[in-house]
Ligand binder design. Structure first.
Ligand SMILES: [Zn+2]
Length: 233
């Protein structure tokens, strides 16, 4: 019995997580589909100059701006902020997991969108918690799914895109959309992790060199300021 239980725990957890993830993304798709005067792309896959793939859950292009949306379908309580490298997920059983800070993950996505549409556009990052458990995360752009529509419609940083600009941005992103499979993307992530461990910048292929910062030493890209990739020691 014990063995069987362990077997099911091992087998079902990733499958369950995958299903939660998919359902969360579908909920966000539906919420975006109901928005007026907007174009949106779901599952945008960008291949950069170094043949790295970047999978972006949703991009919404609206009159009031461009939004790069990362969906997190975590259950339980989630604690985190903007700066820390990891967020903590505490399940109802008390079990804890650490996940790479989605804000940092999405910053990289925004960077790659700008590489396609041009740096003169502002790309706003939003992290959507599809299980509405964003309340313990102290960051204004991490929101509950139930607030996504109102967040998007009330967002105002002075930007006003015309219908032709919205269409042009949408077309540029659709043309860049590589439509690759999830497994190819995962393979690519593994490759990126290997490169980082060998101090190769995953963003531009430059060398990661040791730098002195206000808050201690870190690795930064040798192509700074063109590339701002950093890695903690
Ligand atoms: Zn770099």
């Amino acid at each position: 019995m014990g063995l069987l239980n362990r077997f099911f725990r091992v087998i079902t957890r990733p499958v369950r997580a995958k299903m939660h993830g998919k359902v969360g993304e579908i909920k966000v798709n539906m919420s975006l589909a109901r928005s007026d005067n907007a174009c949106s792309i779901n599952n945008l896959t960008i291949i950069d100059n170094n043949m790295k793939t970047h999978q972006i859950d949703h991009v919404s292009i609206r009159e009031n701006g461009i939004f790069c949306i990362e969906t997190k379908s975590l259950i339980g309580f989630v604690f985190g902020d903007e700066k820390s490298k990891y967020w903590t997920q505490t399940l109802y059983t008390g079990e804890r997991h650490y996940i790479y800070n989605p804000i940092k993950q999405n910053q990289s996505h925004c960077y790659h969108i700008k590489q396609i549409i041009g740096n003169n556009y502002i790309v706003n990052s939003i992290i959507v918690m599809s299980n509405n458990n964003a309340d313990n995360i102290s960051c204004s752009n991490v929101i509950n799914l139930r607030n996504l529509k109102s967040y998007l419609s009330s967002f105002d940083n002075g930007v006003r895109l015309t219908a032709s600009e919205i269409n042009e941005i949408y077309q540029k992103l659709e043309n860049a959309n590589a439509h690759i499979s999830k497994s190819e993307h995962i393979q690519n992530i593994r490759q990126t992790q290997i490169e980082i461990s060998y101090n190769i910048c995953p963003r531009c292929g430059g060398k990661l060199v040791l730098r002195k910062g206000k808050n201690g030493n870190f690795y930064g890209c040798s192509n700074y300021p063109k590339c701002r990739f950093t890695k903690n020691i």
